[in-house]
Design a protein around this ligand. Structure first.
Ligand SMILES: [Zn+2]
Length: 248
């Protein structure tokens, strides 16, 4: 059964009431959730599901199987996906379909993934300025708590000068405090675009509302294994804080 993803309506909502719609071997599905489900390279949220005043931790959030939707000039997405809050197998038995629960995310975890996700976009924007053909070399990305990375095919090699330029460009973008917006692509549910300045890219992750909230960023490069050029982004002093989030 489809889960309503409240983080798309308000990325700063940290807690919601929900009803359990499915109890699986690997976790709990609810009718709605504030927990971001892993996608687009961004890891899932962690937090607690509270039933009858007792909190059970969930250690990951993922999407179940939905329906594919092919959209012109946009990546194919899955719609109507259930969201699974992964809990320890010993905790599964405590839940029944129809249970009323409260879902609360770990805000510090969300802050870290959010600022790293937005910083990775800035890194790509900055790199595109110096290497305009860069996007076609992208092989993958990962956005976690301590860092985010973009992997490129071997034809892409950043020089020391590129890295200096990229780092100083990002610093400028953060100082300028450019608004970051997310909006539905052609009004389609679950198809999201990310916009900062003139840069628009399909993305359904969680983001800061302004580049100024990211704080300080260091971008490094590294050659990873055979033929992979890796860009690693670390946020060192984010300005997004717990007070930016609401619980109701
Ligand atoms: Zn993104």
């Amino acid at each position: 059964m489809k889960t309503q993803k409240l983080y798309y309506e308000n990325m700063y909502l940290a807690r919601c009431e929900a009803v359990v719609t499915e109890v699986r071997n690997d976790g709990i599905v609810t009718d709605k959730t504030v927990a971001f489900a892993e996608g687009g390279g961004q890891i899932g949220d962690i937090g607690i599901i509270v039933k009858d005043g007792v909190g059970v931790p969930f250690f990951d959030t993922i999407k179940g199987v939905g329906k594919p939707l092919v959209i012109q000039d946009f990546p194919t997405i899955q719609i109507d996906t259930p969201v699974i809050h992964k809990v320890n197998p010993d905790d599964i038995g405590g839940f029944l379909v129809g249970d009323r629960v409260v879902i609360e995310i770990d805000i510090s975890h969300r802050i870290k993934t959010t600022v790293h996700h937005s910083a990775l976009h800035l890194a790509l924007m900055a790199a595109t300025k110096y290497r305009p053909d860069i996007v076609r070399y992208i092989k993958g990305c990962n956005i976690a708590v301590d860092s985010a990375r973009l992997d490129f095919a071997s034809q892409m090699r950043f020089t020391d000068e590129d890295m200096e330029n990229i780092n100083s460009e990002i610093k400028t973008m953060i100082e300028q405090g450019t608004p970051i917006e997310t909006f539905k692509h052609n009004g389609i549910d679950d198809a999201w675009d990310w916009k900062c300045g003139d840069f628009v890219i399909p993305c359904g992750g969680t983001h800061v509302g302004s580049t100024s909230k990211i704080g300080e960023v260091i971008v490094k490069r590294k050659t990873k294994g055979k033929g992979i050029e890796r860009m690693i982004v670390a946020v060192t002093n984010e300005l997004l804080g717990v007070d930016d989030y609401v619980r109701d």
